[in-house]
Design a protein around this ligand. Sequence first.
Ligand code: SF4
Length: 409
Amino acid sequence: MIEYYEILFYNNGMIEESLAVLKNLADLSYFEQEEPAASSCVLAEDDPPAAQPTPSRASTGSIPEIFHAKKSGGGEIRLLKTVLSTACERNCNYCAFRAGRDFHRQTLKPDAMAKLFTQLNQAGIAEGLFLSSGVIGGGIRTQDKIIDTAEILRLKLGYKGYLHLKIMPGAEKDQVLRAMQLANRVSINLEAPNPSRLLKLAPLKTFADELLKPLRWADEIRRTINPLSAFNLRWPSLATQFVVGSVDESDRELLQITQYLHGKLSLSRIYFSRFEPVLNTPFENLPPENPMRQVRLYQAAFLLRDYGYTLEDFQYSDSGRLPLDADPKLAWAREHLAEHPLEINTADRIQLLRIPGIGPVSVKRILKSRNRNPIKELGALRALGISLERALPFILMDGKRPDRQLRLW
Ligand code: SF4
């Protein structure tokens, strides 16, 4: 049964009702992360994410449907993550919304959703919106509802804030373009790294036609069409998500497609969502994935995107998994730099990026600093924001190994 809500919001007295409606939708929602507040996705210091599990949901605590998300320019945004409908005609094996699963479905019409969000926005509860939906009446029809909501927000209600729109499987190219004209970010979840894995995960989705093709369209639009028609004169960023740990996909497979998506389609973010079983789904008896696997994948993905690493720079088990007990950058450095440390005063940018504790920001600082004077003191390195404990075993400073100095320091 699908229940439609017609909601009119005229005053703040309706906020409680709005939140109750959202809670009904969100209780069963399946969301990817959006710039999670935890350090695993955003570099707090200057290296790939720390070796700690990422919470899949960065809730505010008081209103579970509002998430704290990192803004690309720094700071955080309170993001309402919700769906137009918890009904779905697809049957993805891991998903709480899958067709045939017995629960009470709910759907909001576009104008109701737009008004609901506007009310929360004006009350200062939600600063941005991430809108997705279960698929009802096909991907094209569902995409129209998402676009309708965005058009009401942008054109009728004058909303100028952050908007992340999901592209539905099977959406058409002109719908991708329209969503891109309205949003700050669009995303299309590939879910699995290739067609054979997707078949096991989501039997009614087709990898190339329904998922990868819209991502290619979005990239093509950004490269070939002037963004003057976009609401803020800029094309939105692109993102995708993979479900990790339910269909024996290897880390190597995930990183192969990650490299392609960052390198060829310029995706800004790739999310790895560890599998957790949902009752009354075909995967209900599978074990949840280890959170540390998600952390290692994020670390490796950052190294591919920002540090010049290639797939061959990582160690894999026979089954193609990254070791859970080793930070991939540290593992590479132990193998290649422990006996051949790099001189901090002469190494080039690419070499410096290979040193644990040194990332793009501190590389810039090192290059600037040593242009003035050679770096000879541990204190000078520390002042540049470098993690001495991580970096020192792999560098020379003025021809000497500073890790030995550190013991005396
Ligand atoms: S398409 Fe699949 S993942 Fe998306 S809501 Fe439907 S069943 Fe869930």
